[in-house]
Write a protein that binds this ligand. Structure first.
Ligand code: ADP
Ligand code: MG
Ligand code: MG
Length: 209
């Protein structure tokens, strides 16, 4: 009961829908502590992923995630484009040429995504970035795998719930990376837009199953 390339394409389609629904919210979050483009950036990227996949769904989950990565890198500028692009690329690489992605592969892919984001952006826990949603998501995914019989749905649901909580926890943080860090202490009291988009994407992927 793993995830095929078609399943992942469908899940990315669902993520694009959720990002589109939350475009204004992400813009407003970024307007408070950044430059107000995060909703537009993410919507442009995910809309492009959907249209690329409409042409053709590549063979295998890894190839689908790789296509999503290259699309994000080419269509989304700013900080988030290269960071999400790296996340999807590392997740793709971790899958190799498997035909179906199972629960443990989801956890491995999420850890690879986190490591890629951290290698590229150098953010650590508490810096008020997407990393603060990803770190608890990876921990929850790995814990779900540790419980016998964790399937893709259970692993993604655990990751999504932890990411949502992790994103909420960025409200109290002072930003130390990205544009929000220019505000120093004034960045506290606001939800980080990238942490929110990470939680939205993981929530959509979990719901799509
Ligand atoms: P920009 O800041 O270039 O306008 P976006 O608004 O699209 O880019 O994305 C901003 C988000 O990117 C932030 O909310 C934060 O979550 C994330 N981000 C910024 N810098 C880093 C970093 N070094 N590491 C991880 N995430 C980061
Ligand atoms: Mg921005
Ligand atoms: Mg920008």
């Amino acid at each position: 009961m793993g995830c095929t390339a078609e399943d992942i394409a469908g899940a990315l389609h669902a993520a694009a829908g959720v990002i589109a629904e939350h475009r204004i919210e992400l813009i407003e979050l970024d307007r408070a502590i950044g430059d107000g483009d995060h909703g537009e950036n993410m919507n442009r990227g995910f809309t492009a992923i959907v249209s690329t996949l409409e042409d053709k769904v590549p063979d295998g989950p890894g190839a689908v995630l790789k296509l999503a990565a290259t699309t994000l890198i080419s269509k989304v500028g700013g900080a988030a484009g290269p960071l999400y692009g790296t996340a999807f690329l590392r997740a793709a690489t971790s899958l190799g040429a498997v035909e179906e992605m199972d629960g443990p592969a989801v956890a491995t892919a999420l850890r690879a995504a986190l490591e890629g984001v951290q290698a590229r952006g150098k953010a650590v826990a508490g810096d008020k970035t997407m990393v603060d949603a990803l770190i608890p998501a990876v921990a929850a995914a790995e814990a779900a795998v540790g419980e016998t019989g964790a399937d893709v749905t259970a692993v993604l649901a655990a990751a999504a719930a932890a990411a949502a909580k992790g994103a909420e926890d960025t409200v109290d943080m002072v930003a130390r990376k990205g544009r929000a860090s220019y505000l120093g202490e004034r960045s506290a009291g606001h939800l980080d837009p990238g942490a929110r988009s990470t939680a939205l994407i993981l929530g959509a992927l979990a719901e799509a199953r």
